[in-house]
Design a protein around this ligand. Structure first.
Ligand SMILES: NC(=O)c1ccc[n+]([C@@H]2O[C@H](COP(=O)([O-])OP(=O)(O)OC[C@H]3O[C@@H](n4cnc5c(N)ncnc54)[C@H](OP(=O)(O)O)[C@@H]3O)[C@@H](O)[C@H]2O)c1
Length: 341
């Protein structure tokens, strides 16, 4: 673990970049946001003025990668740009935290990881909930046998993002679709708790006119006969929740992905009897600050146990399978392209 102050750069000036910047600013003893890169000088300067007053504004993504002060790059770009900029960042010798889903396909992720390995830089796919202590708490409950042997898992992540065919949620060219946007959370949660890759998957979807899944349901069969299901949507609002069913009890999880203090809770049942409820303590750290800490704490190990390289690869391969079963194919899929130099 490093105790030095790690110098960060952010690629992109959108919604999640703003939130992550505030997470970095909350950790002055561990992190410093030194630069922001955007497609336009105006957006970079506007972002710096509003959210990162001590940072430099770069008028291109490459200019940020060329900034020698930047040690770690947070990639907050749209899904279809993750692979290219993660590879470019690694080749520039920068550590990388990349927004979920890491890439459009497993093939792209293999190229990203090869670049990170060659450059000996850190890489992590950012799933905020994996960096929250509740994830470890949940795994500890299972390991302690609180619900017996794991049998059945379910996770749901649905919201109504509106009908904007050209927006990032529904546009195929930008890597849209429910599976890519929020279904990937449910999938990573199920795979993480099962502790293995699925032996078989199935997926049914309702496709938007743009060719991506606006909603999807899927099933997974894991080794040992553990079965799992998920529902996901970017067009239907529905409670985001999850459950874990074992041979002697079950855990109901509210807000499994946002982990909001005061709202998120886990309830442990044996039969129909509530044994206890566990809530998330508010220690003042945001999810974004926790994620940044996870990165700086594991920088020299090149990967984090919160989301290891193998975990991301298993995730990407399963996401590919589910997406194809849902009937969603990228425009250039099958014509494998190398990330340009
Ligand atoms: N972890 C989470 O909780 C969470 C939540 C939401 C989203 N995400 C992920 O974060 C990523 C960004 O999502 P977001 O909600 O921040 O999106 P957003 O607000 O639309 O921002 C995306 C950024 O990508 C850049 N970009 C590059 N080419 C673009 C194009 N052709 N059109 C529009 N923007 C373009 C833009 O930065 P410049 O203009 O500065 O170049 C833009 O600000 C996605 O991968 C998403 O899955 C994660």
């Amino acid at each position: 673990m490093t105790t030095e102050i790690v110098r960060w750069g952010i690629l992109g000036t959108g919604n999640i970049a703003r939130k992550f910047a505030s997470g970095l600013l909350a950790l002055p003893e561990r992190c410093r946001l030194v630069a922001v890169g955007s497609r336009t000088r105006a957006a970079a300067e506007g972002f710096v003025r509003a959210h990162a007053p001590a940072a430099r504004a770069h008028p291109s993504y490459q200019a940020l990668l060329d900034d020698p002060e930047v040690e770690v790059v947070y990639i907050s770009l749209l899904n279809h740009l993750h692979a290219e900029w993660a590879v470019r960042a690694a080749r520039a010798g920068k550590h990388v935290l990349c927004e979920k889903p890491a890439t459009m396909t497993a093939h792209e992720l293999e190229q990203v990881l090869a670049a990170a390995r060659a450059a000996q830089v850190f890489f992590m796919e950012g799933f905020l909930y994996r960096c929250h202590p509740r994830w470890a708490q949940l795994q500890a409950l299972l390991a302690a046998g609180e619900i017996g042997e794991l049998r059945l898992l379910h996770a749901s992540f649905c919201f109504d993002g509106g009908h904007q065919p050209a927006g990032r949620l529904l546009d195929r060219a930008q890597g849209g679709g429910a599976l890519m946007d929020v279904g990937c959370y449910a999938l990573s949660w199920l795979r993480g708790l099962a502790g293995a890759e699925p032996l078989a998957t199935s997926c049914q979807a309702r496709l938007a006119a743009t060719g991506v899944d606006e909603s999807a349901c899927g099933t997974l069969l894991f080794p040992g006969g553990v079965i799992a299901s998920f529902t996901t949507s970017v067009r239907w609002p529905a409670p985001t929740s999850a459950s874990i069913i074992g041979s002697s009890g079950r855990i109901e999880v509210s807000e499994p992905f946002r982990c909001t203090p005061g709202v998120a809770a886990m309830a442990l049942y044996r039969g129909d009897a509530l044994v206890r409820t566990m809530t998330v303590e508010d220690d003042g750290l945001t999810r974004y600050a926790r994620e940044a800490l996870e990165v700086v704490d594991h920088l020299h190990q090149l990967q984090s146990p919160a989301m290891s390289w193998d975990d991301s690869l298993g995730q990407a391969r399963t996401l590919d399978a589910l997406r194809h079963q849902a009937g969603v194919w990228w425009l250039d899929e099958g014509r494998e392209r190398a990330i340009p130099r």
